[in-house]
Design a protein around this ligand. Sequence first.
Ligand code: IVH
Length: 690
Amino acid sequence: MSKNRDKDTNKKYAMSIPKKTLERAAKLHEQLNYHNHRYYVLDDPQIPDIEYDMMLRELQDLEAQYPKLCSPDSPTQRVGAAPLSKFSEVKHEVPMLSLGNVFSEDELNDFDRRCREGLDNDNIEYVAEPKLDGLAISLLYKEGLLIRAATRGDGSTGEDVTANVKTIGAIPLRLSGKNIPDVIEVRGEIYISSDGFEALNARQRDKGEKTFANPRNAAAGSLRLLDSSITAQRPLTMYCYAVGACSDGVLADTHSDVLEQLRAWGLRVSHEHAVVQGAKGCYKYYEKLLERRDKLPYEIDGIVYKVNRFDQQQTLGFVSRAPRWATAHKFPAQEKTTQLLAIDIQVGRTGALTPVARLEPVEVGGVTVTNATLHNQDEIERKDVRVGDTVIVRRAGDVIPEVVGSVTSKRKKGARKFKFPSQCPECASEVVRIEGEAKARCSGGLYCPAQRKESIKHFASRRAMDIEGLGDKLVEQLVDEELISDAADLYTLTAEQLAGMERMGEKSANNLLIALEESKAITLPRFIFSLGIREVGEATARSLANHFGNLEKIMLATSEELEQVPDVGPVVARNIETFDHQSHNRDVIDKLISNGVHWDDIDVTESAEQLLAGKIIVLTGALSMSRGEAKDKLQAMGAKVSGSVSKKTSLVIAGADAGSKLTKANDLGVLVLDETELVKILAGDVSKLA
Ligand code: IVH
């Protein structure tokens, strides 16, 4: 924010407001804008959220006391305004066009040929950029101030969604920097990131409210709410990709330079775009981004190619409602329709029942999908999905494919509503559903073979006892053939028994026995994790081990004592207690110990809990675990988790698509590790940090 503006503000309101208050408000205004920009636009926060919230609260209080302090670009204006009864119409001065499409390299070559012919130039420079899957928005800035935001509508008339747009942190309420045009209309895409979408749907599911079919619907639904205070709670963000109307001649001559100008004025511009040469350059970019599609933190439905030079754009002009100088190269669709053949119920390790859709195989986003999750009982009811229906299947990123809904117009007569079972399909025990929980569970515990199988699979898995060669299929066979009924029985298996299993030769049987033998020497945290107690992940297991030092103490601990452990809240404490109180669990542990599983107790006076004491760690890029989770766990080990990289930073964890923080870390020579290494650190291996 410019200093001049503060002076103006001061003058305007100087009459009734004490000077100190004015100065403080202006300072808060400036700092909040600065930190907002760091957080939402640069994705590089410098202060903890709580500090931001405290400053915002202070400014809100001052504005409540002196309403005149509240300018239209005050950071307090982002919380939403009074609900509207309807949106008013906005006529776009420059129409908001759509784009033509190409679906193959041949069609891309045709597009390039048309451009070359139209310009009589054989080598054209394009800008290739992600085609974000959200909704188009027009932002009108006058004298730097955001005065109106409008949807695309039919291209010539849209809706005024200014109040909603003001709640979006990534959109500056005032432009900053040099040479800002008097009037500029910036265009771009409002969207919700993949993580934001998952979190939003999880929240909706928890509240028993309608979930959104995909991030685009979630973004569109959130932007078109009449009550902007609800929009304020939705994780909307934006990338800018064009300028509509612009008053004076300050704009650069090429699209790529204009993108840099927009960035310099505080607007959010993707770092993914690239200047490329000719159709070949475009296609190379397409292939590279398609490969990374699933790893991007947001959904894209293709690439947009734009002729870079504006004079060339002008020469090429438009055809009907689309420019001749740009086109969209579409990716394979991430949503398809197919037939729902059956709904099976899967029983997880903790007895949770998950309905799984069995589908007529269909290719979605380049992968053949035959199964998809239906999440839980309520979701099936809310979506009213019935066996035999034509359903919409969605597969995006690393997320498990899901059924997002039925095409009811295609429903066959007599299709019946799905009846959720009241008995476990594996062991016939009663199905129970605790109030407030979305998942129904089998009450059979370890009596249920499905739960037993899952708990043994977990026990053997890489992050638990790491028994190489003991795959899921083998565990199922061993349980089905009644050679084992719990994890401890694994250690009594003989070479003859194993060699009798399907696809098991003498050699692999012997290798497995060796792996079993080797697995007996384990650490206490890993052993606790291997037990598969509900919601006791690796970090919690480690915290428990470090806090209590030995298994006995954990087994005897009361809820209150358990809650003393960082990471352990009332729910986890109850889960641990429930586990400890079941005699069959104690029997299995005793059997494991008598079969030779052993570990060293931990000297709690020299607790590994603080293994990261004094370390400053920065998280950047997309991680598969949530940022919050990673942060909590690192803090539980004594680390300070910071938002920005400096010389003092001990370590940067860089996930997919890490940007400026990674560059800075490399520049400063700060240690950078990936998520695999982070998982090792969380499991107590801090050797890389030594
Ligand atoms: S340029 C005249 N660039 O795609 C060109 N559009 O079918 C106008 N979109 O409604 C659009 N990412 O909502 C452009 N990097 C990008 C885009 C993009 C997504 C959307 C936009 C538009 C639609 C065009």
